[in-house]
Design a binder for this molecule. Structure first.
Ligand SMILES: Cc1cc2nc3c(=O)[nH]c(=O)nc-3n(C[C@H](O)[C@H](O)[C@H](O)COP(=O)(O)OP(=O)(O)OC[C@H]3O[C@@H](n4cnc5c(N)ncnc54)[C@H](O)[C@@H]3O)c2cc1C
Length: 437
């Protein structure tokens, strides 16, 4: 590794061994593993500081992964950045153990992630949106260009910033998905901003519509029903007959083991695709058993007490949303095929997330990447593949973008620690052989 790595020249160009783009849990685990391996790394993140779905973390909601599957434990249980060590350091170890949970609350896990990110802050640059990744003209390095993001954009730091790196790793994750033609507004929200709901619920007068039947929809409904203020009733629009329970049986959970992505990748296309649809109910459009039960009980409590009315529009499809006279008009097709117009004060779309579109970032013509259905083709080791089917060993893409090839587990938290360890080892070998320069 070169002695000039990680240095910023007066021209604003930083040269590094590895440029990590995006700092969600996946790249946080990777940046820690790279630092552990003594590799020079620069992380670029568009948010002003580390955050993990900050506005979606409703009080009391819990992680859907065991607390031992943190950023490092499955790779190295003796690491200083384990969740258990975090609990110990902040004086929460005994209370967590006393409560005997196998999962952390999302807020607590978020605090743990922030604490871990703080430990690598010397290699992180925040408030920079990466806009392009291209090969350098006169060397084998990559040029990663970024622009100031958010508030930073208006405060002096305006010019494009360049990082030159021997290896680039993209882990830019997913972004909120709205139904086609529906725009977010003050009265039409995505569950990514669910923490705004209590304030809105206190101010509005009229029914609240919730679209979707997955975990976020159930959590939002439960929270709103529990803090019901007497004025809002609830309309719930969703496709299935009833909300469905997440499959968390231990056999299905093996999908999220360290070997899950490798086995998925090795499966022939028809088997991989059958596995993806058979096990979608471990994560998509489903709700954990505890939340489902609490939601059902809360709805019944309201019914008996004459509290909030809850109406399930089962088997319904959303056709259009219009804002009119301080209300939201929701045009549905109901289960019988009839068109129905509902008028609500607020519409919450719990309609999930989609991988960030990588095509603008990777549009450099010299790259000539292979794509399928908008996702880059990858090797078993998360290397991009060119149009001739050759791996580009020093351009790695992981997280949600690898789900088509590596299965459900790679977009979630479950195996980020072991994946990070394996990726760091390969990157170290690549840098040693000089093939990445
Ligand atoms: C409310 C909620 C709860 C969840 N709970 C769980 C759970 O309990 N268990 C579980 O396994 N999964 C859970 N998930 C799934 C979740 O997506 C993953 O846990 C995790 O966030 C994936 O991590 P990631 O690092 O791959 O992507 P992300 O977390 O999406 O991180 C990507 C990062 O890249 C940054 N970025 C994007 N584009 C750019 C750019 N151009 N330039 C610079 N930076 C960029 C983003 O700002 C972000 O910080 C949950 C998701 C939500 C929404």
């Amino acid at each position: 590794m070169s002695a000039t790595m990680g240095a910023q020249s007066p021209s604003g160009v930083t040269v590094t061994d590895v440029c990590v783009v995006g700092l969600g849990p996946a790249n946080l685990a990777l940046a820690i593993a790279l630092k552990d391996a003594g590799i020079d790394v620069t992380v670029l993140e568009k948010e002003p500081s580390f955050t993990w779905h900050r506005e979606a973390l409703l009080p009391g909601t819990r992680m859907q992964v065991h607390f031992l599957k943190d950023l490092v434990t499955p790779r190295d249980p003796t690491h200083p950045l384990t969740f258990v060590n975090y609990l110990h350091e902040v004086g929460a170890f005994e209370s967590f153990v006393n409560a005997a949970h196998t999962t952390a609350t999302r807020e607590l896990f978020h605090e743990y992630l922030c604490w871990s990110a703080d430990a690598i802050k010397d290699v992180c640059t925040f408030a920079r949106t990466v806009t392009s990744i291209a090969r350098c003209t006169y060397s084998d390095l990559w040029t990663v260009r970024s622009e100031p993001a958010g508030a930073a954009a208006g405060h002096g730091d305006v010019g494009p910033h360049e990082v030159r790196a021997r290896v680039v790793v993209l882990g830019v994750g997913s972004e909120p998905h709205m139904p086609g033609g529906v725009a977010r507004s003050r009265r039409v929200l995505h569950s990514a901003n669910a923490s705004q709901l209590p304030g809105l619920q206190d101010r509005i007068d009229g029914p609240i519509g919730v679209l979707g039947a997955g975990q976020s929809a159930a959590e939002v409904l439960l929270m709103l029903l529990r803090r019901h203020n007497g004025t809002s009733d609830f309309e719930h629009y969703f496709h299935p007959y009833g909300m469905m329970r997440a499959d968390d049986n231990p056999f299905a959970n093996e999908l999220f083991d360290r070997t899950g992505p490798e086995v998925m990748f090795g499966a022939k296309d028809s088997v991989r695709s059958a596995w993806r649809s058979a096990h979608a109910n471990t994560n998509y459009g489903v709700v954990d058993a505890d939340t489902l039960q609490r939601l059902y009980d809360t709805i019944q409590d309201h019914r008996l007490a004459g509290g909030a009315r809850y109406t399930a529009w089962r088997g319904s499809t959303l056709n259009a949303v219009t804002e009119k006279d301080g209300h939201v008009e929701v045009l549905l097709e109901d289960h019988s095929g009839k068109r129905v117009l509902r008028r609500v004060a607020l519409l919450l779309c719990a309609t999930g997330y989609r991988p960030v579109d990588l095509r603008p970032l990777l549009s450099d013509p010299s790259l000539r990447l292979s794509w399928a259905d908008g996702a880059p083709l990858l090797t078993a080791h998360f290397e991009a593949v060119d149009v001739l089917g050759r791996p580009i060993e020093n351009l790695l893409i992981h997280g949600a973008h690898a789900e088509p090839s590596h299965g459900l587990g790679v977009g979630l938290v479950s195996n980020i620690a072991t994946r990070a360890g394996a990726m760091a080892s390969r990157i170290k070998a690549l840098l040693r052989t000089g093939r990445a320069a």
